[in-house]
Design a protein around this ligand. Structure first.
Ligand code: NAD
Length: 489
């Protein structure tokens, strides 16, 4: 980490970005970052207190109510966002390293997924070239101008697991819409959004348009409850999302929620197993399963169940576990000791409830230091078992057998979640029909994909609203109808 921290400016390491300035925190509270791979402390960062939060909200409020940003045309904002995008692009290698250093993402994984963040900036800045913020429609009396105006001050609350791609999705859309923004970074992964703030300063964004602080849950709650915040976009766990939805309801604040998942990969009976696993395996326990759209339940036809279990377990047992900084490491540590304990409790529960442990378990994968959990596969899992129902957020996958396609769809849907999923088979139209019957916001045929121009989000308890695509921009817009007494020009 030392060499990477040398690449960080002292502003990013020690300050917050508020009202266009790098400011010292009012709070004296500090948080020590611990490497998940070595358990060594490597950096101390400031944590915001209520005064810091108020400063950030006030700056964003002023910039929205009195500043130029919400009044600019889409094309004008697009010029700033394209400059911002280029600044971010230059820092992608640093952001990739920080994903590994701060939370232990294997560098090969981080390298392959970091471009997702930049494509989000590219998409929203380009969308502004063509997006119509106003259209006209005839009425009996004349015409109505339908305007799409920015919602106002947006609070963006992000989790630790994929901070850069997630904050990029929210920030690019909110800024494109003309909102002003307060980002609350998670304390485990505080540096990403501050680096983007450096990019915003270099791109010349007006003061107060982007404000970035790092804080824990109480200050997050303060943001959610502030009457000066018009929109909350949250990514994190279901219980926090439920709390935020309830708090926002008090003043009918706008809310987007991206929550957890328990996604199913359905292998149809005509599946070509080698090609299906080549596409699926990287998404079953990516980043030690600490990704919301991990395909953590594999549904296999009973006639091919043993073949599926044997093949998958063999692949997983050969994955290289180790230092996330090494290029050939496939599975690194989980975030923390408490996360490791939580995952182990689920594994013990799986064994206790009668699932068969095929590979892995509760061991340390041979490491004395670092929060390692062996990649773990269970077979003979039934839908009632805890490991098949709850989001584990660790490297644990369950393989369930099904008898008919209807049965597979019923099992896939028998969960309070509905975030992601995938279907594998050689008959693409049949796979598509199955995908249409799975109650989930995103689903892939013969693979798993993210795209900046596609909406992302969950059915059921996986969330509310969508990010990404035009839908993601519109999540930060209010629609106004202005009735004119003259015909459409
Ligand atoms: P978390 O809910 O504990 O915390 C998420 C963020 O919310 C953090 O910044 C935290 O400080 C803040 N927070 C906590 N309590 C708050 C409150 N009362 N008010 C305001 N802010 C508060 O989640 P986590 O453990 O950091 O992240 C893991 C979860 O995130 C998993 O469930 C995962 O599935 C989910 N996730 C979802 C997506 C998605 O796009 N759907 C993406 C990544 C992660």
């Amino acid at each position: 980490m030392q060499e990477h921290s040398a690449a960080l400016s002292s502003n990013v390491r020690t300050r917050f970005f508020i009202d266009g300035e790098w400011v010292a925190s009012h709070s004296q509270q500090r948080h020590v970052l611990i490497s998940p791979a070595t358990e060594d402390p490597f950096m101390e960062i400031p944590l915001a207190d209520p005064v810091d939060v108020e400063r950030a909200i006030a700056a964003a409020r002023r910039a929205f109510d009195h500043g130029p940003w919400p009044k600019m045309s889409g094309e004008e904002r697009g010029v700033y966002l394209k400059r911002l995008t280029e600044e971010v692009r230059q820092r992608l290698p640093l952001l990739t390293q920080l994903w590994t250093d701060q939370v232990g993402a294997p560098s090969a994984f981080a390298t392959s997924l970091i471009p997702v963040g930049i494509t989000r900036f590219e998409f929203f800045s380009s969308l502004l070239d063509t997006y119509e913020f106003e259209d006209s429609r005839p009425t009996l009396r004349g015409h109505v101008r339908v305007r799409r105006e920015p919602v106002g001050v947006a609070a963006l609350i992000v989790p630790w697991n994929a901070t850069f791609p997630i904050v990029s999705q929210k920030m690019a859309a909110a800024l494109a819409a003309g909102c002003t923004v307060v980002v609350k970074s998670p304390q485990e992964s505080p540096l990403d959004a501050l680096i983007i703030a450096e990019c915003a300063a270099a791109a010349g964004l007006p003061a107060g348009v982007l404000n970035v602080i790092t804080a824990g849950r109480d200050e997050g709650a303060q943001l959610v409850q502030s009457p000066d915040v018009d929109k909350i976009s949250f990514t994190g766990s279901v219980p926090t999302g439920q709390w935020i939805a309830r708090a926002a309801a008090d003043r009918v604040a706008r809310v987007t929620l991206e929550l957890g998942g328990k996604s199913a990969a359905i292998l149809l009976d005509d599946v070509d197993l080698p090609s299906a696993f080549a596409a699926l395996v990287p998404f079953t326990m990516p980043f030690s399963g600490q990704i919301c759209f991990s395909q953590t339940r594999i549904l296999a036809p009973r006639a091919r169940y043993d073949e599926v279990v044997d093949t998958y377990a063999q692949i997983i047992s050969k994955l290289k576990v180790g230092d996330p900084a090494h290029a050939d490491t496939k599975v690194g540590p989980v975030l923390s000791d408490s996360q490791r304990k939580r995952v182990r409790t689920y594994i013990e529960r799986g064994i206790g409830e009668g699932a068969k442990l095929v590979t892995g378990g509760t061991g340390n994968a041979g490491f004395d230091r670092g929060y390692f959990v062996e990649p773990t596969v269970f077979s003979n899992v039934t839908q009632e078992m805890t490991i098949a129902r709850e989001e584990i957020f660790g490297p644990v996958v369950s393989i369930l057998a099904y008898d008919t396609v209807n049965d597979a769809i019923r099992i896939a849907n028998d969960t309070p979640y509905g975030l992601s999923g995938s279907v594998y088979g050689q008959d693409l139209e049949r796979a598509y029909e199955v995908a249409c019957r799975v109650r989930t916001g995103n689903i892939g045929i013969n693979g798993v994909e993210l795209a900046a121009n596609a909406p992302f989000g969950g059915f059921k308890q996986s969330g509310l609203g969508r990010e990404g695509g035009r839908e993601g921009l519109e999540a930060y817009l209010e629609t106004k109808a202005v009735f004119m007494p003259t015909p459409v020009a």
